[in-house]
Design a protein around this ligand. Structure first.
Ligand code: MLT
Length: 406
């Protein structure tokens, strides 16, 4: 008799963004004449940079000729992309990362979920609250949690973010093995300094733990003193894996290209106490279950590092950051407090009431979609997240609409 993975029964009814989508569709059905402005899911609205489009077209043309056509590529990604990533994203900033430590993939979300496969079932896991829900849900699916009770899963160490600590959680009181961190933070928009991140690296080294560092929003960092990569922190090569994405930097949410960095110094234990290379394990997993990203997409991603690609990508980042600045100004002028929106595309607003009620208020009265903070965890209750990924005119209109109903 076929049985299901019962861990799925512990999950909340639907994934946060699916639930928001469901409510928005219902609202549109009930109010077909009303136009909605979406500031919920962080999805880019600007077209791909021209340099990426040109490279994409050229690569498609190569695929159209027998003598330049390519079949399967290397599972880890083409050398041309891995090399430019290692050099421009890491070595140029003083982080010692080599091309064979980069694994190209179709998304940071998939990688943060899939990476768990290389760790023992019983590792203890620390997850921030509030948090990007995919980290939590994939741990539930993998059976690393108990039941969901009073807004929390048993068996997880929650790293609480709140107004007092500026949404930078303190180190866990008890030893943990696997730690999720994301900076610039989704959902709060908080950023971490080198000193603060250094404390996490020291903790991981002292406790033989590993940090899964999600840096999907690093391109939004404008302050050069802030770390863009955990590998800018001394000692991190031994205790961290980093996730990056072209989605929010070069507009690849619909094109799909990302990468995971697994340094060769990153080791973990087997039950007999032997040390094993996580780079080897991830390579084994990746080459068994994945055939990398299509050749034209990898060429398009490579083009984001060309001088034109760099400039055009930065123009998009600047565009969204201008939205973020406007949101922060307007929200503050409405008398609400917020964090984020500086070095980050997310603005975390203290809505002074239940998150889902405020979500419904904005949707029903203003026709604006936000993300309710409670959907990111218990500590997100009383907040909403606004995304700066939108057309400027929409952001102006959305702020006007919100101002009129508050
Ligand atoms: C978000 O809105 O949090 C992100 O767009 C989700 C994602 O990147 O998967």
């Amino acid at each position: 008799m076929i049985h299901i993975n019962e861990n799925y029964l512990k999950l909340q009814a639907s994934y946060l963004f699916a639930e928001i989508g469901r409510r928005v569709i219902q609202h549109q059905k009930d109010n077909p004449e009303k136009e909605i402005i979406k500031m919920g899911i962080g999805d880019v609205t600007r077209a791909l940079p021209a340099a990426c489009i040109q490279a994409f077209h050229d690569a498609v043309d190569e695929m159209a000729q027998d003598d330049t056509f390519r079949g399967y590529g290397p599972e880890q990604g083409y050398a041309f992309l891995r090399e430019v990533i290692a050099s421009k994203d890491f070595q140029k900033r003083g982080a010692d990362i080599q091309a064979d430590e980069i694994f190209v993939s179709d998304g940071a979300k998939c990688d943060t979920g899939n990476i768990q496969e290389i760790f023992a079932q019983e590792v203890s896991v620390a997850i921030p609250d509030p948090v990007y829900p995919a980290y939590m849900d994939t741990n539930v699916m993998a059976g690393r949690t108990g039941l969901f009770r009073d807004g929390r899963y048993d068996g997880i160490t929650y790293l609480e973010g709140n107004r007092e600590n500026g949404f930078i959680p303190s180190l866990p009181a008890e030893p943990v093995d696997l730690i999720y961190l994301c900076y610039p933070n989704n959902p709060t928009g908080a950023v971490i300094t080198k000193e603060q991140l250094g404390r996490w690296v020291d903790y991981a080294r002292a406790n033989k733990a590993l940090i899964l560092f999600d840096a999907a929003y690093e391109a939004f960092i404008q302050d050069d003193k802030l770390p863009r990569s955990i590998f800018e922190i001394p000692g991190a090569r031994e205790v961290a894996i980093e996730f990056r994405s072209f989605s929010k930097t070069a507009g690849f949410t619909g094109t799909r290209c990302a990468f995971t960095v697994v340094p060769k110094d990153c080791l973990a234990y087997s039950s007999n106490g032997e040390l094993h290379s996580l780079n080897d394990l991830w390579n084994r997993r990746h080459s068994t279950k994945f055939n990398s990203v299509s050749y034209p997409v990898q060429r398009a991603a490579e083009a984001a590092y060309s001088p034109d690609g760099r400039r055009q990508t930065q123009e998009r980042i600047d565009y969204y950051l201008r939205n973020a600045t406007l949101i922060v100004e307007q929200v503050s002028a409405m008398g609400l407090t917020c964090i984020g929106g500086v070095n980050s595309p997310y603005i975390w607003v203290d809505c002074q009431q239940d998150s889902w009620e405020f979500f419904d208020l904005l949707l029903n009265k203003a026709g604006v979609v936000c993300t309710p903070g409670a959907g990111f965890g218990k500590c997100g209750q009383g907040y909403i997240r606004l995304s700066a990924f939108n057309d400027y005119e929409n952001v102006v209109a959305a702020m006007e609409r919100i101002k009129n109903i508050l």
